[in-house]
Design a binder for this molecule. Structure first.
Ligand code: RUB
Length: 313
């Protein structure tokens, strides 16, 4: 059976797909907020029907972008709460209220988690540090900004992050806050790494073995940092840990349009050229010093313990 979704839900799907809304935390919150509003969309006659319609909406949202695990983890939280509500015997209207409240709680906790990561991670930054960050991660920026607000003298290198240039967003944000920031091409990371004390990046997904999936180029930066003995810090909320990886599944890497890499007119002239445009890559745990979560700091090898604790395994 196919379900009708509200225009708002479809708009959120499009905004995530086209990257108007981007970044793993924002994507999760936008999807959960859309589900929260969807609760009241059409008049279901019973709780089972409501669950089915919400599951369909959740699956639709999950298909917008494949890599950020925060998205399925966020929408699954909402679906789980509907199932719980049904088990507790809630009426349809009670169930809707309960679902909307649980969705709101996820959004609130996500915002709080990012704030906490900023506070915890900033303790590992010292005055005089030169930090390199890649892409545009709210959690990574939270660490940098908190350290700065705590009065630490820091300098930041922000990589451009081709092909979508999210590094410009980061550089503009940091400069706006009064932080000393230098925008560099991604390919200049090795040249400047010897000036860098700490690499601070975010994550779209974390495998239970501590490998981190983040914006394409992160693994290159981490390897360069490893080479020059520079610390690599990953900032990530615990809902970015991928449960599927516990069962040996791999995290899917999103492949985006070739026209983000080269213009269509140019590629049309050079028909023999193939283009690959992966949006993310995998940084192996041995290149990561520690992962800052809202629950504290973990070495990548400790993520499995954290995961088991979170899922009560
Ligand atoms: C964004 C990206 C960010 C993570 C973490 O990629 O790789 O580093 O999503 O972000 P894209 P946050 O621009 O393709 O979405 O810490 O804000 O969740």
């Amino acid at each position: 059976m196919s379900y009708q979704f509200s225009d708002e839900l479809k708009r959120t799907f499009e905004e995530i797909r086209t990257m108007k809304v981007r970044g793993a935390g924002r994507i999760a919150r936008a999807a959960v907020a859309a589900l929260k509003d969807e609760v009241y969309f059409v008049g279901d006659s019973n709780v089972e029907e409501f669950l089915k319609r919400m599951e369909a909406a959740a699956n639709y949202l999950k298909s917008s972008r494949p890599t950020a695990v925060s998205l399925p983890n966020g929408v699954n939280t909402v679906i789980k709460s509907i199932r719980e509500g049904i088990k507790r015997g809630l009426s349809l209207s009670e169930l809707k209220e309960y679902t909307a409240a649980q969705a709101q709680e996820f959004i609130q906790k996500s915002i709080e988690a990012q704030k906490k990561i900023g506070e915890i991670g900033a303790k590992r930054i010292v005055s005089g540090d030169v930090i390199l960050t890649h892409c545009n991660s709210q959690s990574a920026i939270g660490i940098i900004e908190t350290a700065f607000k705590d009065g630490k003298q820091i300098k930041v290198f922000a990589t451009e992050t081709r092909p979508r240039y999210q590094g410009r967003l980061t550089a503009a944000y940091l400069a706006d806050k009064g932080i000393d920031v230098t925008l560099i091409p991604d390919s200049a990371a090795r040249l400047y790494m010897r000036k860098v004390d700490k690499v601070v990046v975010g994550a779209d997904a974390i495998a239970v073995n501590g490998a981190v999936v983040n914006k394409i180029g992160t693994s290159q930066i981490a390897a360069i940092a490893y080479e020059s003995r520079t610390r690599v810090i990953v900032a990530a909320e615990t809902y970015k840990i991928s449960p599927q990886t516990y069962f040996g599944e791999l995290i899917e890497i999103e492949l985006r349009s070739p026209y983000e890499v080269a213009p269509k007119s140019w590629l049309d002239k050079h028909k023999g050229i193939k283009v690959l445009n992966p949006a993310f890559d995998v940084t192996p745990p041995q290149y990561i010093d520690f992962i800052v979560t809202e629950k504290g700091i973990y070495p990548p090898q400790g993520i499995i313990m954290l995961f088991k604790e979170l899922y009560e395994l």
